[in-house]
Design a protein around this ligand. Sequence first.
Ligand code: BG6
Length: 365
Amino acid sequence: EKGGYDRFMLKEIHEQPKAIRDTLASRIKDGLVDLSNEVALSPEAIRNIEKIHFVACGTAYHAGLVGKYVLEDLARIPVECDVASEYRYRDPIITDKTLVVVISQSGETADTLAALREAKKQGARVLAITNVVGSSVAREADDVIITWAGPEIAVASTKAYTSQLIAIYLLGLYFAQVRGHKSEAELKEIISHLGQLAGLAEQVLEYEGKIAEFARSIADNEHLFFLGRGLDYAVALEGSLKLKEISYIHSEAYAAGELKHGTLALIEENIPVVALATQSSVFDKMVSNIQEVKARGAKVLGFAVEGDSELQKSVDEVITIPKTIDLLAPVLTVIPLQLFAYYACIQRGYDVDKPRNLAKSVTVE
Ligand code: BG6
């Protein structure tokens, strides 16, 4: 059942190219995204959306954070992103022009379901991104985009997250098209990059040995930092969560520009820092942040995009992410971070698939 792998999590990490392909399949027609079979919102209703709220828990919430950047960038719709347990109790401002997008692998998370019900009660249209056909979230939402990741068994979510990102890109591209925000040529260009992601994810999986080595080298540390800007910050949060969930190493993800407003005080000799620098618009800023932590003795694993020779000079080890457009990089960047958490956990001798105190799906509040 583990398909030759020792643990479900490793199997599911390796299933990501397939999950990406399956989630894209049948949703691209003549080079453009077509979600009209699943999203019943009329073109007029899509044009009338005034704001989007992404609502979810855990890893699915981190997908929503990527969703904020993606929908704002592609469709220029203002987006807020909340954890469901906050959203349901904070009396959010909802109108009939609000689209609430709930994201849930299982479709059964109690807080997410309660947030969905609250949003509907207040008149929002609710779209669900879920991995389980017929789940409570799928049944109660107005529109559903299924992520075709297949069953995910390991508590720490991997392939569900990357497929959620794919669903978010599809949604962003579809809305951008209907709202006329991007030209057909621009959309087709992005979609062609989207089509290459599964193959690039296969390439990233080949770094497993190198990542395992770095993970082993830091496994005795009790604290670690993840840094990034923009989309890399959203991915850093997910990488940090993965590590905490299964290896029990305390880590923090920081927006790199926020470092000097407090966290820099915690950077001392030999503290491991994972620095993500895949976003070209803030690349130089990231390099300065890396230099700041290096100057204080941090041991830095940097993530750079293929072809970049600049970052290598400032870090101790480098992982090279194959070239894609900045917007799509999170799908590739997160994979080595999942492997990093996995091998840190193995090195420390913990149960990867069933971390202590956590459940795959939390159906009570
Ligand atoms: C948590 C799981 O309890 O629920 C996480 O341990 C998961 O892995 C989160 O991300 C949300 O779950 P779901 O099924 O709503 O995506």
